[in-house]
Design a protein around this ligand. Structure first.
Ligand SMILES: [Zn+2]
Length: 84
């Protein structure tokens, strides 16, 4: 039997960008997997789903830490220029 969970009562916390924006949109990162690492023995192009901040366009840490191989520096939020 499946456990019934009232999702309205779960203690959800908001995840935000360092600039305090809470809205994100889906984006796709494209990674190249070298032939040595690939199952096929050939270089592979691998699409990876991620989320981008709708305000600054960056990918926040709570998303990027789950992305294999991480994200490029240009996609990381600028933590020295925070809106307060
Ligand atoms: Zn942002």
């Amino acid at each position: 039997m499946q456990k019934q969970i009232d999702i309205a009562k779960l203690d959800y916390k908001d995840c935000g960008c360092p600039q305090k924006n809470l809205m994100f949109q889906p984006v796709t990162l494209i990674k190249r997997l070298s032939a040595i690492m690939s199952e096929t023995g050939k270089e592979e192009i691998v699409p990876i789903d991620a989320f981008q901040c709708t305000l600054c366009g960056k990918i926040p840490d709570f998303v990027s830490e789950k992305i294999p191989g991480g994200i490029p520096d240009e996609a990381k939020p600028n933590k020295t220029n925070l809106i307060t």
